[in-house]
Design a protein around this ligand. Structure first.
Ligand code: UT7
Length: 332
């Protein structure tokens, strides 16, 4: 079976910058608390009428296609990861397909939150490995800001999330020694409600009620401490799993791109894996946590900054709601 490789990467973030100081005006929080607990300084919020989950993904995809030297018509499939689709249904994949003007190729939405991009990458990788498709677009795009509780009640969650999109184009690798070496996906539904938006859900006779709005169950709920504890266990575990599978040690990693959940989590992983700071990508200070978009945005910026070169061993890793966690090891 052939490997797939990342032939192009791109990202798009909305123009609107929202600082911690801006949030201080909306809720009882401080710039100091947010920086110390999360490492976030600012994030981007979408501009209504300009940005949508699908069209931000399309902007990121155009850049990825350009880097891959491919046209949209060359794509065989779209895999779109998001927890914030434009509509309840259909998924954002078909909207992105329409935006790019490519008819009839399959468009699949993946709903695995912070791990969504790596899950989507793994799906695309399988289609290329089996020879079914050649060029697959993988997108992670999110709009959180229209669904957050900006009152003090929601401060533990709303200061964290931001909007943005990232994309990669996967194509077959010429060599079995390069490209995506392996992907590793995990889930544990026992903790499904520890980080979740519960309403409006299909399991209630009345999907949306005034009580849901008043009680705030339409907003994300997170047991931050519990998520934190699981994250610092699962991240190193799934990175080690990828290294072990391919016969590598942590010191062999040239660039680790973790999902940007919290700077403290990233620092913990970096120390636990014994990696120097410059081998671990971090841009959470600029964008906050963009869930499914965070890994491809970070990958795209690492490329722009010249921090990944041909032959490098690159590891992607994520943990989030579900709980789900995942990694991918790539010989660039
Ligand atoms: O991407 C998916 C995965 N997500 C994660 O990995 C997130 C994991 N969790 C976290 O990153 C952290 O748990 C948070 C950043 C969410 C919270 O940090 P923490 O250090 O765990 O704080 P905490 O929830 O224990 O809250 C400490 C205090 C509380 O006050 P009391 O009870 O000690 O008086 C909170 O009410 O900080 C308070 N607090 C805030 N204060 C100011 C919570 N949010 C805020 C806020 N501003 N925004």
């Amino acid at each position: 079976m052939r490997n797939s490789r990342i032939a192009g990467v791109g990202h798009y973030v909305p123009e609107r910058v929202v600082t911690n100081k801006d949030l201080e005006k909306l809720m009882d929080t401080t710039d100091e608390w947010i920086r110390e607990r999360t490492g976030i300084v600012e994030r981007r919020y979408f501009v209504e009428g300009t940005d949508t989950t699908a069209n931000m993904g399309a902007r990121a995809a155009e850049k990825a296609l350009e880097m891959a030297n491919l046209q949209a018509e060359d794509l065989d499939m779209i895999v779109f990861a998001t927890l914030s689709p434009d509509y309840v249904f259909p998924g954002s994949g078909v909207l992105l397909q329409r935006e790019l003007g490519i008819k009839e190729i399959p468009a699949l939405d993946v709903r695995n939150q912070c791990s969504g991009f790596i899950y989507a990458l793994s799906v695309a990788d399988q289609f290329i490995k089996t020879g079914m498709y050649n060029n697959v677009l993988v997108v992670g795009s999110e709009i959180h800001s229209s669904g957050l509780d900006f009152s003090t009640r929601g401060r533990g969650v709303s200061v964290i999330f931001g909007d943005g999109a990232g994309a990669v184009v996967l194509t077959p690798s010429q060599s079995s020694e390069s490209g995506i070496l392996s992907t590793h996906l995990h889930a544990d539904g026992e903790f499904a409600e520890e980080l979740a938006v519960l309403d409006p859900g299909s399991n209630k006779q009345e999907r949306l009620t005034h009580e849901m709005i008043d009680e705030g169950t339409i907003f994300p709920h997170m047991n931050g401490n519990m998520v934190f504890k699981h994250a610092v266990t699962r991240f190193p575990e799934v990175i080690e799993e990828a290294l072990h599978k391919n016969g590598y040690k942590p010191a062999d990693i040239d660039m680790l791109i973790p999902h940007q959940a919290n700077l403290r989590i990233t620092s913990y992983i970096q120390q636990k894996m014994g990696l120097p700071v410059d081998k671990v990508m971090s841009n959470i200070h600029k964008y906050g946590n963009t869930t499914a978009a965070s890994v491809p945005i970070a990958l795209s910026e690492a490329m722009e900054e010249g921090r990944i070169k041909e032959g490098d061993l690159v590891c992607l890793a994520a943990f989030g709601s579900g709980f789900t966690w995942a990694s991918a090891l790539i010989r660039w």
